[in-house]
Design a protein around this ligand. Structure first.
Ligand code: FNR
Length: 350
């Protein structure tokens, strides 16, 4: 309904210019140092980062994670960023399709196949909307935009900060079980900036989940976004919990250790540079995910600005591979790296 759409545009306003990345928060990627190779013995041209995702071939192991849809402004974001993903060989996700499930006339803002006919495309729905929609309703959302898979998002921290948010989080694993049966390895389970830890990841994998986006702490904070919209008690809770979550580097490294090499892991949450992406790929991510930096560039200067921002990220990622003497992600993972400070503490506890 209109309330969902209005909330979406308020979220976009806050994310495009608001203080949605609390300054004390960290991915802990600064605790990861890749080691310089003075004699790379390769050309930048030799870097091959291509990888498989959702049955498709990507040129770069990057995912533009789900952000938006439901309004005209959101539609422009989706089309610009999906076009970029198509052009550069990245994967792309639309934002929550709740608005589309409530009002079919909002579907157009999620349609990106005209500009991105071959992109690896993820639909998106929240855990609790998925309970309401059931498998058939969820499948209609995915098929309705020609997506290759579904991202199921978890956001308990955001819900508890939202005055109108959910308060009862029972029944989640049951929904995952049903969706795994329906979507198989086309299902991805993601957080939204508070991180998925090893215990949850192991349970998801035991239910058959093959793709997890840990989406950790250190970037966009949805608790902070809701804090900025709230007043009274909810605003106080939001302020207090804006730093709540598992830092992205800690979530990724601990989940990789817990689930073994075969589960497809996306690392997102606070990645801002190609070097950040290289670090998560070295730590065992199959894909690096980004939302806010590309969204902000698009809001500031449209497709052209978003493409300029992306080109810096891609050049930096290639440079990190050359300077570690790595032709591929597999080689990068085998290179030495230094892990310092707080990240070591997290990994000792998780
Ligand atoms: C998001 N994110 C998000 N996630 C999701 O699963 N469904 C959604 O509808 C949205 N909406 C949304 C809107 C905007 C404007 C942003 C910036 C983000 C969360 C996103 O996919 C990601 O998990 C986090 O934002 C962390 O990554 P960054 O932003 O720190 O790179």
């Amino acid at each position: 309904d209109d309330i969902t759409a209005r909330r979406k545009d308020a979220h976009l306003d806050l994310c495009s210019t608001g203080d949605v990345e609390p300054s004390g928060n960290s991915t802990l990627l600064e605790c990861v140092k890749l080691v310089h190779c003075a004699m790379p013995e390769m050309s930048v041209e030799d870097v091959d980062l291509s990888t498989a995702f959702l049955g498709k071939r990507l040129r770069y192991p990057l995912l533009v994670t789900g952000m938006t849809g439901g309004t005209e402004r959101a539609g422009a974001v989706n089309r610009d960023l999906a076009l970029l993903a198509e052009r550069h060989g990245l994967a792309f996700g639309v934002g929550s399709q709740r608005a589309m499930s409530e009002d079919a006339s909002r579907a157009a803002s999620f349609q990106v196949r005209q500009v991105a006919p071959t992109v690896a495309l993820l639909g998106n729905i929240g855990m609790f909307q998925a309970i309401g929609l059931g498998v058939d309703g969820t499948r209609r959302l995915v098929d309705g935009i020609g997506a290759d898979g579904l991202a199921l998002h978890l956001n308990a921290g955001q819900e508890l900060t939202q005055p109108e948010g959910d308060r009862d989080f029972q029944g989640g694993y049951r929904v995952v079980e049903l969706l795994v049966k329906a979507f198989g390895d086309r299902l991805l389970v993601k957080e939204t900036g508070c991180g998925i830890g090893p215990d949850v990841a192991r349970r998801l994998v035991d239910l058959g989940v093959r793709n997890i986006d840990v989406s950790g702490l250190g970037g966009t904070s949805w608790v902070r976004v809701e804090q900025l919209r709230a007043s009274g008690v909810q605003a106080q809770l939001g302020a207090e919990f804006s730093a709540w979550g598992i830092p992205t580097a800690a979530a990724l490294a601990s989940v990789r250790r817990a689930v073994g090499p075969d589960v497809h892991l996306v690392a997102s949450g606070g990645l801002r540079t190609g070097l950040d992406a290289a670090k998560v790929l070295a730590l065992g991510a199959n894909l690096a995910g980004m939302a806010l930096p590309l969204f902000r560039a698009q809001q500031a200067g449209g497709l052209e600005a978003a493409e300029a921002a992306l080109e810096v990220i891609l050049a930096s990622l290639r440079q990190a591979l050359v300077l570690t003497g790595s032709r591929s992600c597999a080689e990068l993972r085998q290179r030495p790296r230094v892990v310092t400070g707080e990240l070591k503490d997290w990994l000792a506890a998780l």
